[in-house]
Design a binder for this molecule. Structure first.
Ligand SMILES: Nc1ncnc2c1ncn2[C@@H]1O[C@H](COP(=O)(O)OP(=O)(O)OP(=O)(O)O)[C@@H](O)[C@H]1O
Ligand SMILES: [Mg+2]
Length: 282
């Protein structure tokens, strides 16, 4: 259908030129009009062909869920200035999975904190779901973060005085959800901890604590999950269970995954890898 559209436009232009007697300047205008239509149609066909090609390559252009725009981060103390991030620029599509890799001290955790709006860049912007994080008030940023982001840390960061269930309920309660107990219980059961609702973090194993942390991060169905070495404190088998869960939840909920990892195997399971070296993407 798209291929025939150009011919249709040409036929239409030709009909106007052939059937209507007209003075020279009108004929000139009609020819010009036909040429304009032809060039428009050929542009249209080229765009349509590109769109078809992108669909075929599974690369439909969608608005970025995260856009990191020329971000720099420097810190200054009595010993001088340290440039931690230098001109980081990339964007991620919804549902994309990306590994951020690089040597220790290259700036990965700093970048993740800035994407989460927990740290501020010295220069540049970050857009989350189209909103400029650092043009917002602190309160608005916290609200956007609560709505759109989940964060998983290497060290779990559960609240020790709350049970597993209460830890998972917390973000729902902060969001004013009335069904927080039910939704938290379902998510904990989903990560295989149905028997552990009333347990406090200190009696749970590392893998169990990380599953509670995952349930807490995913229970609000965030658009983006940021994970900083989520398996770094776990043995291989437990780490595998956690990674499997993350990819399953990414599939089920369409969550964009941003994983900082030193594990090459995990990095290779992501659709994309962003390598940071001395604060730059290489
Ligand atoms: N607030 C700060 N003040 C001074 N230096 C900092 C600060 N935050 C980070 N750094 C330094 O910036 C560099 C990058 O730190 P970052 O934690 O982002 O690295 P990383 O890539 O996550 O490393 P790792 O793989 O070891 O976790 C490090 O040299 C760190 O010491
Ligand atoms: Mg780090």
């Amino acid at each position: 259908m798209v291929a025939g559209a150009g011919k249709g436009a040409e036929a239409f232009g030709g009909l106007v030129a052939a059937q209507t007697p007209m003075p020279d300047n009108s004929r000139q205008a009609a020819i010009q009009c036909r040429m304009d239509k032809e060039s428009l149609m050929s542009e249209f066909n080229a765009d349509a062909a590109l769109a078809v090609k992108n669909v075929a390559n599974n690369r439909v252009d969608t608005p970025a869920i995260i856009a990191v725009d020329h971000v720099f981060k420097s810190v200054t103390d009595s010993t001088g200035t340290l440039d931690i991030l230098r001109d980081i620029h990339f964007s991620l599509a919804p549902k994309e999975t990306v590994a951020i890799v690089g040597a220790s001290g290259s700036g990965k955790s700093t970048l993740l904190s800035i994407i989460a709006g927990l740290d501020t860049p010295s220069r540049g912007t970050v857009r989350l779901a189209g909103q400029d994080l650092f043009a917002m008030s602190e309160d608005d940023r916290a609200a956007l973060r609560a709505e759109q982001l989940g964060f998983v840390f290497q060290s779990f960061q559960l609240l020790g005085n709350l049970t597993a269930l209460e830890n998972v309920m917390l973000p729902l309660e902060l969001a004013g959800r009335k069904d927080s107990r039910k939704a938290a219980a379902e998510m904990l059961a989903h990560v295989g901890l149905a028997e552990r609702f009333g347990h406090y973090p200190k009696v749970l194993s590392g893998g169990e604590q990380q599953r509670v942390a995952l349930a807490r991060a995913f229970v609000v169905k965030p658009a983006v999950l940021l994970a900083d070495e989520p398996t770094g404190s776990l043995d291989f088998a437990t780490g595998e269970t956690i990674m499997k869960l993350m990819f399953e939840l990414n599939e089920a909920l369409g969550t964009t995954l941003v994983l900082v990892t030193h594990d090459r195997g995990i990095a290779e399971r992501c659709q994309r890898r962003i390598t940071i070296e001395a604060g730059r993407v290489i």
